[in-house]
Design a protein around this ligand. Structure first.
Ligand code: HEC
Length: 123
């Protein structure tokens, strides 16, 4: 009886740890693939800097347009997220819009489009 009680308790404790371990793994892998998560704050600043400097070289420092079209909220209002994200990642062959896949991860491109829709501050 004593032995059984101990065994049961150990089994329950082990199960508890396993549940905990599984949820930690779940949280980690969700973070790794970036489901529903914005990039970390430091990376957000880098991306906004890239947007103003590198993208701004063609789209205008204030994104009002230049060689590339305006990327202001009103200008992209009628375009779907997928098209815009794909354009950022893969560029538009046959136009000066280059692919950014090697510098910008898909979830970061999605985050950038979200920022463009909100309007990136003009400083
Ligand atoms: C070398 C110039 C150049 C650079 C640098 C550049 N773009 Fe572009 N971009 C263009 C051009 C030109 C187009 C229009 C392509 C076309 O004719 O469809 C475009 C199109 C786009 C579009 C689609 C707009 C629309 O209305 O359909 C998005 C979004 C975009 N660029 C985002 C970016 C982002 C974000 C960056 C920086 C990471 C960037 N671009 C850097 C030239 C550039």
């Amino acid at each position: 009886m004593r032995t059984n009680g101990t065994t049961t308790r150990v089994a329950f404790r082990t199960a508890g740890w396993m549940v905990l371990a599984l949820s930690v793994c779940g949280a980690l892998s969700a973070a790794a693939i970036g489901v529903g998560t914005a990039p970390p704050p430091a990376r957000q600043s880098e991306l906004i800097y890239l947007l103003k400097q590198d993208c701004g070289a063609c789209h205008g420092m204030t994104l009002k347009g230049g060689l590339g079209p305006a990327l202001l909220p009103g200008a992209i209002a009628g375009k779907d997220n997928e098209t815009l994200v794909d354009t950022i990642l893969d560029g538009r062959p046959g136009t000066p819009m280059p692919p950014w896949r090697f510098e910008i991860a898909p979830r970061e491109a999605a985050w950038l489009v979200k920022q463009l829709r909100k309007g990136v501050d003009k400083r």
